[in-house]
Ligand binder design. Structure first.
Ligand SMILES: [Zn+2]
Ligand SMILES: [Zn+2]
Length: 144
């Protein structure tokens, strides 16, 4: 479960982050959307409301949220990071056709971290696992 907006706002307040209308809008958009949007997606859906806002503003605000631990960044090689406000342990399934990212629950694979640490001598910070395939909607489209 994602944090509720009030909890997220309380956490920001505790860490001394100043709340602005834009920050509020970006955060509530992220908490509402389960789609793991890019900074560009967020910008496009809020630009009508905040004509002075740029993609860079969105990005800077996201960085603030990441620093205080409210948002996770899922970086991809092509530079199109996706953002997730659900900080609980969960995994992602990624549609290779439409690019949609869907959450699914699976007990955290802590074992793989322990084995990696043992075999590599790394101090393990975490891991990322993604399932690739075709989402139900895209299966429907490609079948017809
Ligand atoms: Zn799809
Ligand atoms: Zn997620």
């Amino acid at each position: 479960m994602a944090l509720h907006l009030e909890q997220a706002l309380a956490k920001l307040k505790m860490t001394g982050v100043r709340m602005t209308p834009q920050r509020h809008a970006i955060l509530s958009y992220l908490l509402d959307s389960m789609t793991h949007p890019t900074a560009d997606d967020i910008y496009k859906s809020l630009e009508a409301k905040f004509p002075n806002m740029s993609v860079a503003t969105v990005y800077n605000n996201l960085k603030v949220f990441i620093e205080v631990g409210l948002v996770k960044e899922l970086a991809y090689g092509d530079g199109s990071s996706r953002f997730d406000a659900d900080m609980t342990d969960h995994y992602h399934a990624l549609c290779e056709i439409c690019g949609k990212i869907v959450d699914f629950e699976y007990s955290p694979l802590t074992n793989v971290e322990a084995i990696a640490a043992e075999q590599t001598g790394f101090q393990v910070r975490g891991h990322r696992l993604e399932i690739y395939g075709t989402c139900p909607e895209c299966i429907g489209i490609t079948k017809h």
